[in-house]
Design a protein around this ligand. Structure first.
Ligand code: LHQ
Length: 266
């Protein structure tokens, strides 16, 4: 059952394909879903809608047609690339900040090529489920730019410094199979099974303990900057928070009763 949501978007689609799961589809298939400023603002808006909707507990981002996203549209908005720094600050940054503070699991359903800032968006998500036809292309070096949209933060964390340098500086395509071997994607599926595989993981996440997930995600990201003493303090603080949640009570009750937990995400 798909619920269409009544917000009018020009460059994306937003729907709720299953209970608890929202889906954002980048929808400029003729341009390989390349980003326009409008599209980036609309993704930000849709992420905020998903964040505000208590019933939504997992978000999928995908692309229409044969591509996930080819990065910034280098043809349709030449005026936008005149002041790259300002464009990043006023459009891409709000999108990545909203994604990074969503408090709900995010999955990139990578149906085809993810290039430039399109690859950045995919690796800013918590999980990537890739079609066998997908490939990842950093793209920036080819047009004499540095990586942006969080790639410098996320890529070395996912694959290590050496592999990040290789992908960025040699600009070689990374196939879905290689991405799986490198730990960049969670699962690879045949194109016809991509949607079902992604929905199965998204539904599992949407019925999990969302509040504990949100705290865990923050801790994982912070852990790279902290020494052991601070990590132990962070664990003590956040376990204190998780330990007072309704879901923790439910988890223990379900364990004792030998039944599945019914988590509400609180
Ligand atoms: C495109 C694009 C595209 C327009 C393919 N734009 N038309 C942020 C802030 C401000 C400024 C700059 O950047 C950023 C962040 C960024 O994202 S920078 C990186 C921008 N992206 C790229 O440089 C990627 C350029 N594209 C490619 O390398 C390839 O097209 C990929 C690897 C995406 C796909 O390759 P193929 O599957 O072989 O397809 P194709 O190359 O034949 O492309 C198909 C069509 O799509 C083609 O048009 P045409 O009229 O010849 O059929 C391309 O020109 C067009 N297209 N990417 N970003």
């Amino acid at each position: 059952m798909t619920t269409q949501v009544n917000t009018i978007y020009e460059n994306i689609l937003y729907d709720v394909p299953a209970p608890g799961v929202a889906k954002i589809t980048l929808n400029r298939p003729d341009a390989l879903n390349a980003f326009t400023p409008t599209m980036v603002r609309e993704i930000t808006k849709a992420l905020q809608v998903a964040k505000d909707a208590a019933e939504v507990r997992a978000v999928i981002i995908t692309g229409a047609g044969r591509a996930f996203c080819a990065g910034q549209d280098l043809k349709a908005t030449p005026e936008a690339v005149n002041d790259v720094s300002n464009l990043l600050k006023t459009t891409y940054r709000p999108m990545l900040e909203t994604l990074g503070t969503l408090g709900k699991p995010t999955l990139a359903m990578v149906n085809g090529v993810a290039a430039g800032a399109g690859m950045s968006l995919s690796i800013a998500c918590d999980f990537r489920v890739a079609s066998e036809k997908a490939k990842f292309v950093t793209a920036f070096a080819k047009i004499a730019l540095v990586p942006d949209s969080g790639m410098i933060y996320n890529l070395p964390r996912l694959v290590g410094l050496g592999r990040a340098q290789e992908l960025i500086s040699l600009n070689r395509d990374l196939t879905a199979k290689e991405a799986l071997d490198w730990g960049l994607v969670t699962r690879v599926a045949a194109p016809e099974e991509l949607e079902a595989t992604t929905m199965q993981i998204a539904t599992q996440l949407a019925t999990s303990a969302t509040y504990a997930f949100s705290l865990t995600r923050q801790m994982l990201h912070q852990s790279f900057e902290l020494d052991l003493d601070r990590v132990l303090k962070l664990e003590e603080t956040n376990q204190g928070l998780a330990g007072t949640s309704a879901d923790f009570k439910e988890g223990v009750a379900a364990f004792e009763a030998k039944r599945l937990p019914n988590f509400k995400g609180k």
